[in-house]
Design a protein around this ligand. Structure first.
Ligand SMILES: Cc1cc2nc3c(=O)[nH]c(=O)nc-3n(C[C@H](O)[C@H](O)[C@H](O)COP(=O)(O)OP(=O)(O)OC[C@H]3O[C@@H](n4cnc5c(N)ncnc54)[C@H](O)[C@@H]3O)c2cc1C
Length: 297
Protein backbone atom coordinates (compact mmCIF):
# COMPACT_ATOMS: atom_id res chain seq x y z
CA UNK A 1 0.00 0.00 0.00
CA UNK A 2 1.39 3.44 -0.98
CA UNK A 3 1.82 6.29 1.49
CA UNK A 4 -0.98 8.15 -0.31
CA UNK A 5 -3.32 5.13 0.04
CA UNK A 6 -2.51 5.20 3.76
CA UNK A 7 -3.50 8.90 3.90
CA UNK A 8 -6.73 7.97 2.07
CA UNK A 9 -7.43 5.33 4.75
CA UNK A 10 -6.81 7.93 7.46
CA UNK A 11 -9.19 10.38 5.70
CA UNK A 12 -6.41 12.94 5.14
CA UNK A 13 -6.58 12.56 1.34
CA UNK A 14 -9.60 11.67 -0.83
CA UNK A 15 -9.37 8.81 -3.32
CA UNK A 16 -11.22 8.76 -6.66
CA UNK A 17 -12.45 12.29 -5.94
CA UNK A 18 -14.70 14.36 -8.23
CA UNK A 19 -12.98 17.51 -9.50
CA UNK A 20 -15.71 19.14 -11.61
CA UNK A 21 -17.13 21.25 -8.79
CA UNK A 22 -13.65 22.61 -8.06
CA UNK A 23 -13.55 24.17 -11.54
CA UNK A 24 -15.62 26.94 -13.10
CA UNK A 25 -16.61 24.73 -16.06
CA UNK A 26 -18.00 22.20 -13.57
CA UNK A 27 -17.18 19.17 -15.71
CA UNK A 28 -14.42 16.55 -15.94
CA UNK A 29 -13.73 13.23 -14.26
CA UNK A 30 -12.22 12.30 -10.89
CA UNK A 31 -8.70 12.56 -9.50
CA UNK A 32 -7.00 9.41 -8.34
CA UNK A 33 -6.03 11.35 -5.20
CA UNK A 34 -7.22 14.76 -4.00
CA UNK A 35 -5.34 16.45 -1.14
CA UNK A 36 -6.69 19.67 0.38
CA UNK A 37 -3.99 20.76 2.84
CA UNK A 38 -5.06 23.64 5.08
CA UNK A 39 -1.59 24.58 6.34
CA UNK A 40 2.10 24.07 5.63
CA UNK A 41 2.37 21.00 7.89
CA UNK A 42 -0.42 19.20 6.02
CA UNK A 43 1.11 20.21 2.68
CA UNK A 44 4.51 18.84 3.72
CA UNK A 45 2.85 15.53 4.73
CA UNK A 46 1.23 15.23 1.29
CA UNK A 47 4.49 16.06 -0.49
CA UNK A 48 6.31 13.44 1.59
CA UNK A 49 3.69 10.81 0.67
CA UNK A 50 3.53 11.64 -3.02
CA UNK A 51 6.07 9.05 -4.34
CA UNK A 52 6.04 9.17 -8.16
CA UNK A 53 2.40 10.22 -8.74
CA UNK A 54 1.93 12.99 -11.33
CA UNK A 55 0.88 16.21 -9.63
CA UNK A 56 -1.62 18.90 -10.56
CA UNK A 57 -1.88 22.03 -8.43
CA UNK A 58 -5.49 23.19 -8.64
CA UNK A 59 -6.42 26.73 -7.66
CA UNK A 60 -9.99 27.91 -8.32
CA UNK A 61 -10.10 25.93 -11.56
CA UNK A 62 -10.98 29.07 -13.54
CA UNK A 63 -8.40 28.54 -16.24
CA UNK A 64 -8.31 24.81 -16.69
CA UNK A 65 -10.36 21.95 -18.04
CA UNK A 66 -10.19 18.46 -16.53
CA UNK A 67 -10.74 15.65 -19.06
CA UNK A 68 -13.83 13.45 -18.75
CA UNK A 69 -11.47 10.60 -17.81
CA UNK A 70 -10.18 12.68 -14.90
CA UNK A 71 -6.61 13.03 -13.68
CA UNK A 72 -4.64 9.89 -12.93
CA UNK A 73 -2.45 11.33 -10.21
CA UNK A 74 -2.40 13.59 -7.16
CA UNK A 75 -4.32 16.88 -7.21
CA UNK A 76 -3.22 19.39 -4.58
CA UNK A 77 -5.83 22.02 -3.73
CA UNK A 78 -4.69 24.49 -1.07
CA UNK A 79 -7.30 25.59 1.48
CA UNK A 80 -7.51 27.03 5.03
CA UNK A 81 -4.47 29.12 6.02
CA UNK A 82 -3.50 29.40 2.36
CA UNK A 83 -6.63 31.53 1.72
CA UNK A 84 -5.68 34.37 4.06
CA UNK A 85 -5.11 38.00 2.99
CA UNK A 86 -3.29 40.47 5.30
CA UNK A 87 -2.54 44.12 4.67
CA UNK A 88 0.73 45.22 6.32
CA UNK A 89 1.72 48.79 5.48
CA UNK A 90 2.40 49.11 1.74
CA UNK A 91 2.38 45.39 1.31
CA UNK A 92 -0.53 43.00 0.87
CA UNK A 93 0.36 39.45 1.86
CA UNK A 94 -1.76 36.57 0.60
CA UNK A 95 -1.75 32.79 0.72
CA UNK A 96 -1.51 30.86 -2.56
CA UNK A 97 -5.22 29.97 -2.40
CA UNK A 98 -6.48 33.51 -1.64
CA UNK A 99 -9.42 34.49 -3.84
CA UNK A 100 -8.41 37.38 -6.12
CA UNK A 101 -11.66 39.40 -5.72
CA UNK A 102 -11.13 39.26 -1.92
CA UNK A 103 -7.55 40.47 -2.37
CA UNK A 104 -8.86 43.39 -4.45
CA UNK A 105 -11.62 44.35 -2.02
CA UNK A 106 -9.56 43.92 1.16
CA UNK A 107 -6.73 46.08 -0.11
CA UNK A 108 -9.15 48.83 -1.15
CA UNK A 109 -10.85 48.73 2.28
CA UNK A 110 -7.41 49.07 3.93
CA UNK A 111 -6.76 52.24 1.90
CA UNK A 112 -4.43 50.61 -0.63
CA UNK A 113 -4.57 50.93 -4.40
CA UNK A 114 -3.26 48.92 -7.37
CA UNK A 115 -4.86 45.50 -6.97
CA UNK A 116 -8.42 46.57 -7.93
CA UNK A 117 -8.14 44.81 -11.32
CA UNK A 118 -8.19 41.45 -9.54
CA UNK A 119 -11.87 41.91 -8.68
CA UNK A 120 -12.74 40.74 -12.21
CA UNK A 121 -10.54 37.63 -12.23
CA UNK A 122 -12.20 34.68 -10.44
CA UNK A 123 -9.01 32.79 -9.61
CA UNK A 124 -6.51 32.33 -6.79
CA UNK A 125 -3.24 34.11 -6.08
CA UNK A 126 -1.28 30.97 -7.09
CA UNK A 127 -3.15 30.70 -10.40
CA UNK A 128 -2.69 34.43 -11.07
CA UNK A 129 1.05 34.21 -10.51
CA UNK A 130 1.35 31.03 -12.60
CA UNK A 131 -0.53 32.70 -15.48
CA UNK A 132 0.65 36.28 -14.91
CA UNK A 133 -3.07 37.07 -14.90
CA UNK A 134 -4.13 40.56 -15.84
CA UNK A 135 -6.83 42.85 -17.10
CA UNK A 136 -8.01 46.48 -17.12
CA UNK A 137 -4.50 47.68 -18.00
CA UNK A 138 -2.69 45.85 -15.18
CA UNK A 139 -1.05 42.50 -14.74
CA UNK A 140 0.33 40.45 -11.85
CA UNK A 141 3.97 41.12 -12.75
CA UNK A 142 3.61 44.88 -12.01
CA UNK A 143 2.46 44.41 -8.41
CA UNK A 144 4.16 41.22 -7.27
CA UNK A 145 7.03 41.77 -4.85
CA UNK A 146 8.03 38.26 -3.77
CA UNK A 147 6.56 34.80 -3.95
CA UNK A 148 7.11 31.68 -1.82
CA UNK A 149 7.32 28.46 -3.81
CA UNK A 150 7.47 24.89 -2.56
CA UNK A 151 8.59 22.20 -4.97
CA UNK A 152 6.62 18.96 -4.82
CA UNK A 153 9.57 17.15 -6.41
CA UNK A 154 12.07 17.85 -3.65
CA UNK A 155 10.16 19.73 -0.91
CA UNK A 156 12.51 22.69 -1.36
CA UNK A 157 11.19 26.19 -0.49
CA UNK A 158 12.28 29.25 -2.41
CA UNK A 159 11.55 32.98 -2.25
CA UNK A 160 11.47 34.43 -5.76
CA UNK A 161 10.97 37.84 -7.33
CA UNK A 162 9.09 38.60 -10.57
CA UNK A 163 12.39 38.77 -12.54
CA UNK A 164 13.11 35.17 -11.53
CA UNK A 165 9.77 34.05 -13.02
CA UNK A 166 10.26 35.34 -16.59
CA UNK A 167 6.76 36.84 -16.51
CA UNK A 168 5.18 37.90 -19.81
CA UNK A 169 1.68 37.79 -21.35
CA UNK A 170 -0.06 34.86 -19.55
CA UNK A 171 3.33 33.21 -19.04
CA UNK A 172 5.82 32.37 -16.29
CA UNK A 173 8.54 29.76 -16.03
CA UNK A 174 6.92 28.09 -12.98
CA UNK A 175 7.05 24.30 -13.31
CA UNK A 176 3.97 22.10 -12.69
CA UNK A 177 5.65 20.72 -9.53
CA UNK A 178 6.10 24.20 -8.01
CA UNK A 179 3.37 25.38 -5.66
CA UNK A 180 2.85 29.04 -4.82
CA UNK A 181 2.13 29.00 -1.09
CA UNK A 182 2.35 32.72 -0.38
CA UNK A 183 2.93 36.05 -2.12
CA UNK A 184 3.52 39.68 -1.29
CA UNK A 185 2.21 42.50 -3.45
CA UNK A 186 3.30 46.14 -3.36
CA UNK A 187 0.50 48.73 -3.37
CA UNK A 188 0.12 52.51 -3.39
CA UNK A 189 -1.81 54.60 -0.87
CA UNK A 190 -5.40 54.87 -2.09
CA UNK A 191 -8.61 56.71 -1.36
CA UNK A 192 -11.20 54.18 -0.12
CA UNK A 193 -14.20 55.67 -1.90
CA UNK A 194 -12.30 56.00 -5.19
CA UNK A 195 -11.15 52.40 -4.82
CA UNK A 196 -14.73 51.26 -4.22
CA UNK A 197 -15.88 53.16 -7.31
CA UNK A 198 -13.14 51.59 -9.44
CA UNK A 199 -14.12 48.12 -8.17
CA UNK A 200 -17.80 48.80 -8.96
CA UNK A 201 -16.94 50.00 -12.46
CA UNK A 202 -14.84 46.89 -13.18
CA UNK A 203 -17.65 44.62 -11.94
CA UNK A 204 -20.14 46.54 -14.12
CA UNK A 205 -17.87 46.30 -17.17
CA UNK A 206 -17.50 42.53 -16.70
CA UNK A 207 -21.27 42.06 -16.40
CA UNK A 208 -21.87 44.01 -19.59
CA UNK A 209 -19.12 42.40 -21.70
CA UNK A 210 -18.56 38.86 -20.41
CA UNK A 211 -20.60 35.88 -19.23
CA UNK A 212 -20.48 35.28 -15.44
CA UNK A 213 -17.78 32.98 -13.99
CA UNK A 214 -19.84 29.80 -14.27
CA UNK A 215 -19.64 27.13 -16.99
CA UNK A 216 -16.68 28.86 -18.66
CA UNK A 217 -13.01 29.53 -17.92
CA UNK A 218 -12.56 33.03 -19.29
CA UNK A 219 -10.65 33.62 -22.51
CA UNK A 220 -10.21 30.38 -24.43
CA UNK A 221 -7.44 31.56 -26.76
CA UNK A 222 -4.47 33.83 -26.17
CA UNK A 223 -4.65 37.07 -28.12
CA UNK A 224 -2.36 36.96 -31.14
CA UNK A 225 0.14 39.81 -31.29
CA UNK A 226 -1.64 43.12 -32.01
CA UNK A 227 -5.11 41.59 -32.31
CA UNK A 228 -7.82 40.04 -30.16
CA UNK A 229 -8.92 36.41 -30.46
CA UNK A 230 -12.51 37.46 -29.64
CA UNK A 231 -12.56 40.03 -32.45
CA UNK A 232 -11.26 37.47 -34.98
CA UNK A 233 -13.78 34.77 -33.97
CA UNK A 234 -16.63 37.31 -33.99
CA UNK A 235 -15.58 38.65 -37.43
CA UNK A 236 -16.10 35.15 -38.85
CA UNK A 237 -19.69 35.07 -37.57
CA UNK A 238 -18.94 32.28 -35.10
CA UNK A 239 -20.84 33.58 -32.05
CA UNK A 240 -23.34 30.86 -31.11
CA UNK A 241 -21.38 28.13 -32.97
CA UNK A 242 -21.57 24.97 -30.83
CA UNK A 243 -20.32 21.43 -30.40
CA UNK A 244 -22.41 19.25 -28.07
CA UNK A 245 -23.24 21.30 -24.97
CA UNK A 246 -20.63 24.05 -25.45
CA UNK A 247 -21.03 27.15 -27.61
CA UNK A 248 -19.19 30.34 -28.47
CA UNK A 249 -20.71 33.00 -26.20
CA UNK A 250 -22.93 35.60 -27.87
CA UNK A 251 -21.60 38.12 -25.34
CA UNK A 252 -17.86 37.58 -25.93
CA UNK A 253 -16.60 35.39 -28.77
CA UNK A 254 -13.46 34.27 -26.89
CA UNK A 255 -15.57 32.82 -24.03
CA UNK A 256 -17.01 29.36 -24.71
CA UNK A 257 -19.95 28.62 -22.40
CA UNK A 258 -21.25 25.20 -21.42
CA UNK A 259 -24.63 23.84 -20.42
CA UNK A 260 -24.86 21.90 -17.16
CA UNK A 261 -24.77 18.55 -19.01
CA UNK A 262 -21.86 19.43 -21.35
CA UNK A 263 -18.64 17.43 -21.30
CA UNK A 264 -14.97 18.38 -21.38
CA UNK A 265 -14.76 16.54 -24.68
CA UNK A 266 -17.43 18.86 -26.19
CA UNK A 267 -15.27 21.85 -25.22
CA UNK A 268 -12.09 20.26 -26.52
CA UNK A 269 -13.74 19.55 -29.88
CA UNK A 270 -15.18 23.07 -30.10
CA UNK A 271 -11.77 24.63 -29.37
CA UNK A 272 -10.16 22.48 -32.10
CA UNK A 273 -12.95 23.30 -34.59
CA UNK A 274 -12.81 27.08 -33.99
CA UNK A 275 -9.00 27.08 -34.25
CA UNK A 276 -9.31 25.17 -37.53
CA UNK A 277 -11.89 27.57 -39.01
CA UNK A 278 -9.85 30.61 -37.95
CA UNK A 279 -6.67 29.12 -39.46
CA UNK A 280 -8.45 28.26 -42.73
CA UNK A 281 -10.12 31.67 -43.05
CA UNK A 282 -7.36 33.97 -41.80
CA UNK A 283 -4.10 32.01 -41.65
CA UNK A 284 -3.88 32.88 -37.91
CA UNK A 285 -3.07 29.93 -35.63
CA UNK A 286 -4.78 30.65 -32.30
CA UNK A 287 -3.20 29.07 -29.22
CA UNK A 288 -5.34 28.06 -26.22
CA UNK A 289 -4.99 30.11 -23.04
CA UNK A 290 -7.07 27.61 -21.05
CA UNK A 291 -5.20 24.48 -19.98
CA UNK A 292 -6.46 21.00 -20.79
CA UNK A 293 -5.56 18.46 -18.11
CA UNK A 294 -5.62 14.68 -18.62
CA UNK A 295 -6.40 12.63 -21.72
CA UNK A 296 -8.36 14.12 -24.62
CA UNK A 297 -9.36 12.00 -27.66
C1 LIG B 1 -15.28 34.77 -16.08
C2 LIG B 1 -13.78 34.68 -16.13
C3 LIG B 1 -13.02 35.82 -16.39
C4 LIG B 1 -11.63 35.74 -16.45
N1 LIG B 1 -10.93 36.88 -16.70
C5 LIG B 1 -9.58 36.85 -16.73
C6 LIG B 1 -8.82 38.04 -16.96
O1 LIG B 1 -9.35 39.13 -17.14
N2 LIG B 1 -7.46 37.93 -16.98
C7 LIG B 1 -6.82 36.75 -16.78
O2 LIG B 1 -5.58 36.73 -16.79
N3 LIG B 1 -7.51 35.60 -16.55
C8 LIG B 1 -8.86 35.63 -16.52
N4 LIG B 1 -9.58 34.47 -16.28
C9 LIG B 1 -8.86 33.18 -16.14
C10 LIG B 1 -8.47 32.81 -14.70
O3 LIG B 1 -9.38 33.34 -13.75
C11 LIG B 1 -7.04 33.24 -14.36
O4 LIG B 1 -6.10 32.66 -15.24
C12 LIG B 1 -6.66 32.86 -12.92
O5 LIG B 1 -5.43 33.45 -12.59
C13 LIG B 1 -6.55 31.36 -12.73
O6 LIG B 1 -6.46 31.10 -11.35
P1 LIG B 1 -7.00 29.74 -10.74
O7 LIG B 1 -6.70 29.75 -9.29
O8 LIG B 1 -8.41 29.51 -11.12
O9 LIG B 1 -6.06 28.70 -11.48
P2 LIG B 1 -6.45 27.25 -12.01
O10 LIG B 1 -7.40 27.35 -13.15
O11 LIG B 1 -6.84 26.38 -10.89
O12 LIG B 1 -5.03 26.79 -12.55
C14 LIG B 1 -4.42 27.50 -13.61
C15 LIG B 1 -2.92 27.18 -13.61
O13 LIG B 1 -2.34 27.70 -12.42
C16 LIG B 1 -1.73 26.65 -11.68
N5 LIG B 1 -1.92 26.93 -10.25
C17 LIG B 1 -3.09 27.14 -9.59
N6 LIG B 1 -2.85 27.38 -8.28
C18 LIG B 1 -1.50 27.32 -8.13
C19 LIG B 1 -0.63 27.46 -7.02
N7 LIG B 1 -1.05 27.72 -5.76
N8 LIG B 1 0.70 27.33 -7.23
C20 LIG B 1 1.19 27.07 -8.47
N9 LIG B 1 0.41 26.90 -9.57
C21 LIG B 1 -0.91 27.04 -9.39
C22 LIG B 1 -2.42 25.37 -12.12
O14 LIG B 1 -1.61 24.24 -11.91
C23 LIG B 1 -2.63 25.67 -13.58
O15 LIG B 1 -1.45 25.46 -14.30
C24 LIG B 1 -10.97 34.51 -16.23
C25 LIG B 1 -11.73 33.37 -15.95
C26 LIG B 1 -13.12 33.44 -15.89
C27 LIG B 1 -13.92 32.21 -15.57
Amino acid sequence: MSHLDRLVEQGAVAGDAELGLLTTYRFGGPARYLAEPANREELDAVIAARADESVLVLGRGSNLVISDAGFDGLVIHLTGDFERVTVAGNTVEAGGAAWLPTLARQSVEAGRSGLEFYVGIPGSVGGAIRQNAGGHGSETREWLETVEIVSVDDGESLTLEPDDLDMSYRHTNLRPDQIVTEARFRTRPGDISQGRELIASIVRWRKEHQPPAMYNAGSVFRNPSGDSAGRIIDSLGLKGFSVGGVRVSEKHANFFVATSDATASDLHRLVARIAEIVADETGIHLQPEIQFVGEFG
